[in-house]
Design a protein around this ligand. Structure first.
Ligand code: FAD
Length: 296
């Protein structure tokens, strides 16, 4: 991966939106619920389950948070109607966390009332405390169809695992996509990996925990497969390492694919493309490459 590709990934916001859309198609089911249903059905046909995410992070008004909660209830209805093997992934900021904790909880509970499992995605570090607090409140109130996410990038994660143990938690462990300062996060690639393995082992030791192992990193997958937790599933993102995912399914592992859809695809696409500088480089070459005389 070249330095040029990395530089281009950083400059991605300057790439025209329609161009990002073309290249991000592989990461997003589409803009409508029908698109999400179609993709989830295709994944189910391949032996993979789905977790559906309604894209809607850039909200500023209460009415928008209510609309997102409604969109999730619509997804639930579609999952039931189409008998899909799918659950939901939600972002608390989309449900109003930055407007009001109570509003956010109310919106989330309206989705949990559907009875299907709902995973609370973890966002940037400013939301970690509130997210874990809400998860605990819901579980202590008898809501069992909810899970949370921890990020091995964060230094606090092993402590968070210990603190969650009494809940027999359902945790997705991932590296963490939000870049955080070194004071609170590991910034070195190998340190993030090592902390992931430590987190995985700590989760595996919790009686009654379910662990969703979310990664495309082959080395980490190897570590996970050598010592799987008693209750686990593997998770990958739509459009990333699909053949490897199929191979894991053939080997008998439960595997779930994260399926985002919705009108607000731009922020999600930018994050995915910035994560994959080689792809961002391809975009740039396809658009401005000729003008700037870039090659290969
Ligand atoms: C199901 C799921 C849910 C997630 N939920 C959250 C969450 O709630 N909060 C959060 O902060 N993060 C979340 N993430 C993102 C995660 O934290 C990482 O940022 C992301 O998974 C990349 O880390 P990696 O472990 O796959 O390793 P990496 O080292 O980044 O990737 C390993 C390899 O996978 C391939 N790959 C990775 N990304 C791409 C890509 N975009 N395009 C093409 N190939 C790629 C490449 O071959 C790469 O070399 C989630 C990830 C998954 C899979």
């Amino acid at each position: 991966m070249s330095l040029l590709d990395r530089a281009i990934a950083k400059a991605l916001p300057a790439v025209p939106k329609p161009v990002v859309q073309v290249f991000s198609q592989r990461y997003i089911a589409g803009s409508t619920l029908a698109d999400a249903v179609r993709v989830a059905r295709r994944l189910n046909g391949e032996g993979k389950s789905a977790t559906v995410d309604v894209l809607g992070e850039e909200i500023t008004r209460e009415s928008e948070t209510r609309a997102i909660a409604q969109a999730y209830r619509d997804v639930l209805a579609a999952i039931e109607r189409e008998q899909l093997d799918a659950n939901l992934s939600v972002k608390l900021t989309g449900l109003g966390l930055n407007l009001s904790y109570e509003l956010c909880r109310e919106n989330l509970e309206s989705v949990l009332d559907g009875g299907r499992f709902v995973r609370i995605d973890m966002e940037d570090a400013s939301t970690t405390d509130a997210t874990l607090r809400l998860y605990r409140e819901l579980r202590e109130n008898g809501r069992d169809n909810v899970g949370v996410v921890l990020q091995s990038r964060l230094r606090r994660t092993l402590d968070d695992i210990r603190a969650l143990a009494d809940l027999q938690p359902n945790v997705r462990i991932c590296k963490g996509i939000y870049l955080e300062p070194a004071s609170i996060a590991h910034t070195d690639y190998e340190a993030i990996r090592a902390n992931y393995v430590r987190a995985l082992h700590a989760l595996a030791e919790i009686d009654g925990a379910h662990v969703a192992i979310a990664t495309h990193d082959e080395w980490l997958l190897g570590e996970a497969l050598r010592a799987l937790p008693p209750s686990y599933e593997l998770q990958m993102l739509l459009g990333v390492r699909e053949q490897r995912a199929s191979q894991l399914v053939h080997e008998g592992h439960p595997l779930r694919v994260y399926v985002p859809f919705g009108e607000q695809w731009y922020a999600y696409s930018k994050r995915r493309l910035q994560e994959n500088p080689a792809m961002a480089g391809t975009i740039a070459r396809a658009t401005v490459g000729r003008v700037l005389g870039l090659s290969g």
